[in-house]
Design a protein around this ligand. Sequence first.
Ligand code: K7E
Ligand code: CUA
Length: 777
Amino acid sequence: MGFDLEKYFGRTKMRGLGIKSGVLLLAAGLGLGAMGSAVSAESLQDVLKRRGLSQQDLLAAAKTYVPTGKRDEFLAFSSGGQSGQVIVYGIPSMRILKYIGVFTPEPWQGYGFDENSKAVLKQGWIDGKEITWGDTHHPAISETNGQYDGQFLFINDKANPRLAVIDLRDFETKQIVVNPIFKSEHGGAFVTPNTEYVIEAAQYAAPLENKKFYPLEEFNEKYRGGVTYWKFDRKEGRLNPKESFTVELPPYSQDLSDAGKGPSDGWSFTNSFCTERYVGGIEKGRPPYEAGCSAKDTDYLHVINWKKAAELVKQGKAKKINGHDVLMMETAIQEGILFLIPEPKSPHGADVTPDGKFIVVSGKLDTHVSVYSFEKIQAAIKAGKFESKDPYGIPVIGMKDALHTQVQLGLGPLHTQFDSKKCIAYTSLYVDSQVAKWDFCQGKVLDKISVHYNIGHLMTMEGDTVAPKGRYLVALNKLSIDRFNPVGPLHPQNHQLIDIANDKMQLLYDMPLPLGEPHYVVAIEASKLKPGVRYKVGTDSRTDKPHPGAVRAGEERIEKKGNKITVYGTLIRSHITPETIEAEVGDEVTIHLTNLERAQDETHGFTVSTYNVHASVEPGKTVTVKFKADKEGVYPYYCTEFCSALHLEMQGYLLVKPKGWKPTKTTMAKGNYTETDYKATLKKVADTQAVIDSVVGYITSTNFKDFPDVVAMVEDATDQLNKIKDAKQKHEAAAAQKDWEQANLWAEQVWQYQVKAADIGLRAKTYLEQNGARKVK
Ligand code: K7E
Ligand code: CUA
């Protein structure tokens, strides 16, 4: 580090805190802030003793610790439960990286506070009603040939039957669809091996016609369940409701689903509980749901040929309900695409093995997992060998005719995931608070580990694909009880990381998740994700299309038509254009803002005091906030991300004047500046230029063009430097007039551009140094 800070900023007296903080920031950038430490270092043994750590703890730490600057091997996408969001974290470090706003407004991302994201949330309104929460359960990553491709993420909302699409190029929610015939759902989102469809199964049966009442006495006749197959248009990155359809099912509570793969591709499996079709009513003296819904020893696994179903729908064999194609049970039975298989008592998980040959089902109230053979199921169907029909005429395949094996695992088996090693599965045992490792080919238990406590789902790396990656397992525990520092009666959830690379499982880490109850999580190899760092300038990130309100630098303007004010503004360090917006009480104000930055992580935020608007404007993005200026007053607006040394100065005023207001004072207050001030500023400008030249010299002496991130930074810095010409002319003209305020302030503005350019330049230099740039001649 050969830079002289004194030389960098000259010996000029600094005016105001903003400049001082600028110096500090740049000093940090130069690495000059580090202090030597006089305390002698503790040895590893000392630390183990002081913190009461065992060798086993040390090993766990070594397996999970990701040193500063290093990255995780896998990225996990967790349902955010009642928060209606998605939580992204790294594995093995378990560091949370992002909360993605999905069904719920999320202020940091401006989600639900800017017009573009409001439009996404509005797609999720039901019967004209705004719904601002969701009960998210199952995330699913898009697949190609049964493997995660890292392009899209889907997640369901159980409470308000909806699905959302998140684009993994920017980790933003792009679409919400409302199920047109269900009143609740659960078995979603699960994708078919090439993401042709996203599966969403109903949960609690209800009449399918929208807003139609039938009494509970007509439950068996009028209430229905179903499985919806949402057509996914990969090119558009959106679900296509017009090409989606539902297979009508009996009023059993459909539950988890999975799509077949390999030999079972084209089929899907959905289990159910309460096939008793019991209707409670304790207030009328009837035994409760929980008793009536678990009376029988078996429930039903629904086996559906979705590929054939899709063809039948294309042939016009579906019936329109609420404008949506529904393949009625009668047709499905007739066409031979719908079957049932008994499964043990109140099952929960239904998981297809990576080879697609087996379906693993766990009965919550049974100690076994049941492994069904797809081959046997097909043989029974072919032979027309059914043991009975259910009350709706659906053929029922005998359990014995479909079972491959049953394995006794423990109490309360729920969900199953798979290892990279052949035949190895892991099943959560809710009541036992354990994970069981077992062999589904041979049907034997291999290992068990206790978790804390009451595990629901569990997840292995890419563990629901055709090619699981093994290595780690995460237990999603419903209760954490005593694991963390107490924070009141509502406890965080506990995701426990378990090493599964060896014969014996090892518990590595407890991660509290304080954002709703995550039901399921999926993890993908980090190297498969290639998210962008900036948008093409002027992009509406919610539609992926050019934003009509985008402008380039110098094109900013304010238009007023009647009582509508439209601002076409820009953001770039450390400046909002425009700096003043004038309105009259009652005007409707629309502000489009484009972030002109290209540098990575240079996000600006935007808010107007007390008008409940906020936007997160990442590099290149254009976003709109809109409100009615319904109260007279002066309302500061500002950038909400600490984006630069003069971030606090990234501000402006919305002036809301009373109707018919006329100004009485027309000049601004003058500052007290002298020629000496002006000269001092010029000296500072000259010194700073020398440093910029030196940074530029360094950058251009390397192969920086091989680093797109650096090229973007250089472009940004050049942008800043290009603005100097205009400011320079202004200060020189003012100086000629001896207007020392104008002269000094425009000269200061030159320095501002320099500081920003230098800041970017230093980041580029650090980047080059850390990423092995070469010297070039
Ligand atoms: Cu909580 Cu998959 Cu919705 Cu099981 S689900 S635990
Ligand atoms: Cu832009 Cu702070």
